[in-house]
Ligand binder design. Structure first.
Ligand SMILES: *Cc1c(COP(=O)(O)O)cnc(C)c1O
Length: 453
């Protein structure tokens, strides 16, 4: 094949040294990936096009089992509740439900999605700062576990309880200082200020609700296991305080999610292998804190709502190089067919970038742009890649968490999503959008129609 001419450019090569961006790979090293779980990238691309999200069922199940094992070997009463907003594709949720996870939802939409998949009401944990009364009514009637976020929600639930003639078990969400900043104090009731205690008092005096649990979610991508230890100790202390004072029995302690995946956070220069604590370390902190602060013989259910850590590394995005340009500052720019419209997490992470073929030439700093007509559409402002011919496929990972839920239909259609099963079978789990999906919801007033259309 004849090589395309490229105007020569001078650029500085960095070799393996640490610099302010961390350590670069050697100019000759490159990460090549020709398959995912034994299925060729070329076959996937030929059949489903690009951009293409690819999920590995094997990676998903094995990650879940690894995390589950870390906790169940250390504490006798654990429930995992799948955080729908992290990834609510039916196929992903179905796999995790098959593994035994219940559903953690934060809206009536997610609630309905879980019910539709066959999850029972009493297998749903309902969180969030905004739960409309109608949604609460359904949740109470179906026995869902509701974690109350505001004083108004206590009042709403009391009305629902009176209307349905039942005394539902509920929980309150706490927020607290665990050493993590910024503190997520906008959710639930603050512990240190006494607000949480007031909420319990309010529930006790109302007499219409039974406090049966405590919830807290301290943040996301938490790199400090000690924060969970603090969280658990504070929750257990508070549980006994309200048990002793009001006679409630705290049946579950829901510590939320937030465990990090092996992703590279921007601004953190060391690789994830170095900064991301192991799940065993996190589980050890949590379970030791529980076992050392609980009263003898008391084993309330530990609920874990881990999202990102379970699904992130099971997801890949294949994107194609559409064009190349030399930027005025000497860097090379690539225009890909996937941008921040479908890769919301590009704002926070430097993905692992692999290429689908061997290419000649030294690696150099380059920028990966998406296809949008927006300056912010940058997938990576500092990748380090050899000269990539047009049509090269890049495999970006991990992208399994928060992208296929936070993606937006903006300028372009959302692409196909496939799942590679444990026996290498490839299933389309979400079809690419078409014009009909988008305009089907629009209504054009008769008087505005052009040319009789
Ligand atoms: C988002 C969320 C989770 C999952 O968080 P991850 O960081 O993905 O583990 C769990 N619980 C609540 C209440 C959440 O809002």
């Amino acid at each position: 094949m004849k090589k395309a001419y490229e105007k020569p450019a001078i650029f500085k090569l960095h070799t393996g040294m640490m610099n302010k961006f961390g350590s670069f790979a050697s100019p000759l090293s490159r990460k090549i990936r020709k398959e995912i779980d034994g299925v060729k990238i070329s076959e996937l691309v030929e059949k489903f096009g690009t951009p293409l999200f690819v999920f590995s069922e094997k990676a998903l199940r094995s990650k879940f089992r690894e995390i589950k094992r870390a906790f169940t070997t250390r504490y006798p009463n654990v429930e995992f509740s799948w955080s729908y907003k992290t990834n609510y594709l039916d196929a992903i949720c179905a796999i995790l439900h098959d593994e035994g996870e219940t559903a953690e939802v934060v809206s009536e939409f997610e609630y309905q999605k879980a019910r539709r998949l066959g999850v029972r009401g009493n297998e749903i944990v309902f969180n969030g700062p905004y739960k409309p009364v109608d949604a609460l009514k359904v949740a109470v009637a179906e026995g869902a576990r509701i974690n109350i976020d505001t004083f108004e929600e206590i009042a709403d639930l009391e009305e629902v309880a009176a209307e349905l003639g039942i005394k539902p078990k509920v929980a309150i969400r706490l927020n607290m200082d665990t050493g993590i900043h910024p503190q997520w104090s906008r959710f639930g009731f603050n512990l240190e200020s006494g607000q949480a205690f007031d909420a319990v008092k309010r529930i006790a005096f109302g007499g219409k609700l039974e406090l049966a649990g405590l919830h807290c979610h301290i943040g996301t991508f938490i790199l400090e296991p000690k924060a969970y230890e603090t969280e658990v100790r504070k929750m257990v202390d508070f549980a006994y305080k309200v048990e002793d004072e009001f006679g409630f029995k705290i049946e579950y302690i829901d510590i939320g999610g937030g465990f990090p995946s092996k992703n590279r956070l921007k601004g953190v220069y060391l690789p994830p292998e170095v900064v991301v604590p192991s799940i065993d370390e996190i589980a050890d902190r949590i379970c030791s804190a529980l076992l050392s602060s609980l009263r003898p013989g008391d084993f309330p259910k530990l609920i874990i709502e881990s999202g990102r850590a379970i699904v992130d590394e099971a997801g890949y995005l294949i994107a194609k190089v559409h064009a190349t340009k030399r930027l005025p500052d000497g860097r090379k720019g690539y225009i890909l067919d996937a941008g921040v419209n479908i890769l919301f997490t590009a704002f926070w992470y430097h993905f692992n970038v692999e290429i689908d073929r061997e290419v000649q030439g030294p690696s150099e700093p380059c920028v990966l742009y998406g296809p949008l007509c927006m300056n912010i559409d940058v997938v990576d402002e500092l990748a380090y890649l050899p000269p990539l011919p047009r049509g090269t496929n890049l495999i970006l990972s991990p992208v399994g968490a928060y992208n296929v839920t936070q993606w937006m239909q903006f300028i372009r259609y959302r692409p196909n999503v496939v799942l590679i099963g444990q026996n290498g079978e490839v299933d389309l789990i979400r079809e690419a959008e078409t014009l009909e999906d988008i305009v089907g919801r629009e209504r054009l007033p008769e008087r505005l129609k052009l040319n009789g259309n």
